[in-house]
Ligand binder design. Structure first.
Ligand code: F3S
Length: 298
């Protein structure tokens, strides 16, 4: 019985940097603030709170002299403006990959181009990116891209700039880009899916295709973890997404000879280790269960 652990499972450098900056800032400044959860992982957020990183729901709760750490997903132009206006000092932990997209979108706006973002319109990263231009279009399905392009003249001569949410599923981005390429005569496409995400998704696809059961670890609010689960479900019949090791039960591994394990970008190594250890035990327990059932038959 084997557990295959994805090498790319767990914290990406952007998340690791944000968590480190938040803890460091709280220590240096005798406490600091985060706006909402700095990353999508409850146990990491609780640990940061213990270290003095307080949580505010909005910029209006902060005042002059406060220090706020900007999360890896970035913030909207309006929120950053509001923080500056209120005299709040910002420590920018926005992932450089997200900042690059914000700059691309601002550049497109300056050049009078229509911005198209392929991603989830409700995700904080996308809301932040969208704020750097005046009227972005955000599509989370290729059908939505088709609907929009069908409403335009054919061929479509509008200058269009396309970017992707850093954690977008590659297949969605590529299909959307292809549809737009076929119809638009003035198109700039920037593949802004981050390398860490790409690697994590490819490895999840590869492992889930060769195992009997696949475990994905990550917070239920985490978009990149949800995408990993979807990718695995397309290739493996038994997929479970858990936040912690205690959500696993031997029944899930019944009849399983090899299982895979991956985790979202905001899952700390400690949780992955616990899940790995539990899986090894659960698989053994499930094997034991099968043997005693055999004994019963005999
Ligand atoms: Fe940055 Fe990619 Fe992580 S965009 S926050 S390195 S998933």
């Amino acid at each position: 019985m084997n557990v295959i652990l994805a090498e790319s499972a767990g914290f990406c450098y952007g998340v690791e940097r944000a968590v480190r900056l938040a803890a460091q800032t709280a220590e240096e400044c005798g406490g600091c603030w985060m706006l909402g959860d700095i990353i999508h992982n409850a146990s990491v957020v609780e640990e940061l709170e213990r270290r003095g990183v307080r949580r505010a729901e909005g910029a209006e709760e902060l005042s002059c002299g406060d220090v706020a750490v900007i999360r890896s997903h970035g913030e909207s132009k309006e929120i950053l403006g509001m923080l500056a206006q209120r005299g709040v000092r910002c420590v920018n932990a926005t992932c450089p990959n997200v900042m690059r997209i914000q700059n691309l979108v601002a550049q497109a706006e300056q050049e009078g181009r229509q911005t198209v973002i392929i991603g989830d319109p409700e995700h904080p990263e996308v809301r932040g990116i969208a704020s750097w231009c005046s009227a972005p279009l955000v599509f989370d399905t290729s059908d939505a891209v088709i609907r929009w392009i069908s409403g335009q003249k054919s061929p479509c001569g509008i200058p269009v700039t396309v970017v992707a949410q850093t954690t977008c599923i590659r297949e969605l981005f590529e299909t959307s880009a292809k549809i737009l390429k076929n119809q638009c005569t003035n198109l700039k496409i920037f593949d802004t899916i981050c390398n860490a995400t790409h690697r994590r998704q490819s490895e999840a696809a590869e492992i889930s295709a060769m195992v009997d059961a696949m475990v994905v670890v990550g917070d239920r609010k985490s978009a990149n973890t949800k995408h990993l689960t979807e990718i695995c479900q397309e290739r493996c019949r038994s997929v479970i997404q858990v936040e912690k090791a205690d959500e696993l039960s031997p029944d899930f591994f019944h009849g399983c000879s090899v299982a895979g394990l991956t985790a979202g970008a905001s899952t700390p190594a400690g949780i992955i280790k616990e899940v790995y250890a539990t899986m090894s035990e659960e698989i053994k327990a499930a094997e034991g269960k099968e043997e005693s059932f055999e004994e019963l038959l005999n």
